[in-house]
Design a protein around this ligand. Structure first.
Ligand code: ATP
Length: 323
């Protein structure tokens, strides 16, 4: 009732609202072209004849497409008294350190392999392991496959950034991924200099840091693949310098099926891994991101990891890298 009253009031006011406004252009009547008179062109003439018919002058050359935009652009520059810079407004993306971790069998290697294929400009730090090589793996690329004796020697020489005994096999990140470290150790041993020995640990950390920084200076992102224990150690070493991703299956059931399907563990080994995985999932809180690697959806998991990388790179307040 109220609405209809308002509507009729608006209608009543309409003529006075429109009064004084220019009329909208009227559509040409639909006259057949044959019966329509030729168009008349009215021209202002300086002659006393006033308005008269005139022969059509040659049309002006069409303006260069975008000429008016160029003109406007230059006009704006002139008005501001400065030229517009073509320098990028956003700071260049900063290389980052990414730690990918998660329970056994969740798909860390599978995700990293796809990342290696997909994304350029990443340096994958190679982990040393005492476990047997799996089909398709390449020594020195996927892992450094070494014996337990060799691994124990590396521990003794403090040549590992972090290491852990995972399900009876050692895994760790060798610091000597570059020759510089070997030279420092050799030098320290030759000199038999106590102060060098005492500072060796620090030196090794520094050298590893130099290697990482070298790669980062070249614009490479660093990717480290570690188990949950390793991730805890790396958090202590790297703090907020690195981004920590926890890879998880969509459910415990899916994880178990995946491990069974891999056929690389005995049933006893499977039991230990599953029990450990239950504990490990509780440590998710120490990570920055969680990525679900669901059954048959490896590509989605890789995309999510890439999204994390892209989001971190788009951060305005970048992580300070202290390594
Ligand atoms: N999204 C997925 N869907 C189905 N199978 C997958 C998926 N991701 C990985 N897998 C498979 O699951 C198994 C375990 O994956 P992978 O070896 O990469 O796990 P991992 O976390 O590296 O294990 P570990 O820590 O024991 O080395 C492999 O056979 C792999 O091909």
């Amino acid at each position: 009732m109220l609405l209809s009253r308002r509507f009729s009031c608006a209608l009543a006011r309409a003529p006075s609202i429109l009064r004084g406004r220019p009329l909208p252009p009227r559509a040409a009547p639909a006259v057949p072209s044959a019966s329509r008179p030729p168009p008349r062109r009215l021209m202002s003439s300086s002659s006393s004849a006033g308005w008269q018919h005139a022969s059509r002058p040659p049309p002006p050359p069409p303006p260069h497409p975008g000429a008016d935009k160029d003109q406007l652009f230059r006009g704006l520059e002139a008005a501001l008294g400065t030229t517009f810079s073509s320098e990028p407004l956003a700071p260049p993306p900063q290389p980052m350190i990414l730690v990918i971790s998660g329970p056994s069998g969740v798909g860390k290697d599978a995700v990293i392999k796809r990342l290696q294929e997909e994304r350029e400009g990443m340096h994958f730090v190679v982990t040393a392991t005492t476990r047997a090589m799996r089909p398709g793996e390449v020594d020195g690329k996927d892992y450094y496959f070494i014996t337990k004796e060799e691994f124990l020697t590396m521990i003794e020489r403090d040549e590992l950034l972090e290491y852990a005994l995972v399900y009876g096999e050692y895994k760790g990140i060798p610091k000597q991924q570059a020759e510089g470290l070997r030279i420092i150790i050799a030098l320290a041993r030759c000199l038999k200099e106590w102060s060098v020995y005492t500072n060796l640990k620090l030196l090794i950390h520094v050298t590893f840091g130099i290697q990482i920084r070298d790669y980062m200076a070249k614009g490479c992102d660093i990717v480290l693949r570690v188990d949950i224990q390793g991730a805890a150690t790396l958090r202590e070493i790297l703090g907020e310098s690195a981004v920590f991703i926890f890879l998880v299956a969509e459910s415990e059931e899916a994880l178990v099926k995946r491990l069974i399907h891999r056929k690389t563990e005995t049933s006893d080994m499977l039991l230990v891994r599953i029990a450990t995985a239950r504990e490990e999932v509780r440590r998710m809180q120490n990570f920055d991101y969680v990525v679900v690697n669901a059954e048959g959806k490896l590509e989605e998991a890789v995309k999510q990891v890439e999204s994390v990388i892209d989001a971190e790179k788009a951060k305005i307040h970048k992580r300070p890298v202290n390594i």
